[in-house]
Design a protein around this ligand. Structure first.
Ligand code: ADP
Ligand code: MG
Length: 245
């Protein structure tokens, strides 16, 4: 991949300050505080329906909070949306487009020429276990492969802030572990600021610097845990003595 946030790019902080969100009478978020340092890997855990996807819609600038503010690198999220790459919970691959076209779409939407977009997306197919499926259509892929294609389409944007909404939910445990290691590796290389929503506490502890636990609706952060870290994460961790032994 080309320049990530860490290769001369700008590493960005994320600040959710007292964010509230209601849909009519349904109060989803209340006074939510979430602070992510530049280059930090944060995991968000919370009950189903607590408002995790709603929170991501606010951070990505797709929706606006009812109260409070959300700052990406110090700017309101609505203005900073070009700095945020967001993989929504549902894979939104277009059924009538090939897998390669689907993965290049995000780049094309930000003005990269079609040929160049396809080349950059295509470079990642092997790492994502999608080699040979460039010309396939989404219905010809397994659920896990569609999820990986959606993740590929997001990370290829190389934006400084990466929001991942249960990106590995549909994967079998082997593929899940592979993708977790791959993500840890990419994070160490590019120093994206990552927020990962997951139901898997082990995944959170394996990958994240901080784990933020949400209450049931209306959601607020009820606990923030710093994960003690020593040594590398991801593929490098496998070279550590405890694994090598
Ligand atoms: P989670 O991702 O934690 O499972 P969501 O953020 O998807 O939760 O949803 C939180 C609550 O907000 C749910 O009760 C959901 O039905 C509701 N909700 C989400 N988006 C909308 C919307 N656009 N309009 C009305 N209600 C919504
Ligand atoms: Mg959700």
């Amino acid at each position: 991949m080309g320049a990530g946030a860490g290769e001369g790019g700008h590493v960005m902080s994320l600040e959710v300050r007292g964010a509230g969100k209601a849909f009519g009478t349904l109060e989803v978020l209340r006074e939510l505080e979430l602070s992510v340092r530049p280059g930090e890997f944060a995991a968000v855990i919370g009950p189903s329906g607590s408002g995790k996807s709603t929170l991501f819609n606010l951070i990505s600038g797709l929706d606006t909070p009812t109260s409070g503010e959300i700052l990406v690198d110090g700017a309101p999220a609505s203005v900073a949306s070009g700095k945020v790459a967001y993989m929504p919970q549902k894979d939104l691959l277009f059924p009538w487009r090939t897998v390669l076209d689907n993965t290049a779409l995000g780049l094309e939407a930000q003005g990269v020429r079609k040929k160049e977009a396809r080349r950059r997306a295509g470079e990642l197919f092997e790492a994502f276990g999608l080699d040979g499926f460039q010309s396939s259509y989404p219905f010809q892929l397994s659920g896990g492969m569609r999820q990986r294609a959606a993740l590929l389409r997001t990370v290829v944007l190389e934006r400084p802030v990466l929001l991942l909404d249960e990106p590995f939910g549909a994967l079998d445990s082997l593929t899940r572990t592979e993708m977790q290691l791959w993500l840890a590796d990419m994070w160490q290389r590019y120093r994206w600021t990552v927020v990962l929503v997951t139901h898997d506490i082990r995944e959170a502890v394996l990958l994240a610097d901080t784990v933020h636990v949400l209450s049931p609706r209306p959601a607020t952060v009820v606990e923030r845990v710093e994960v003690p870290r020593s040594g590398p994460r991801g593929l490098d961790a496998l070279a550590e003595p405890e694994f090598a032994a």
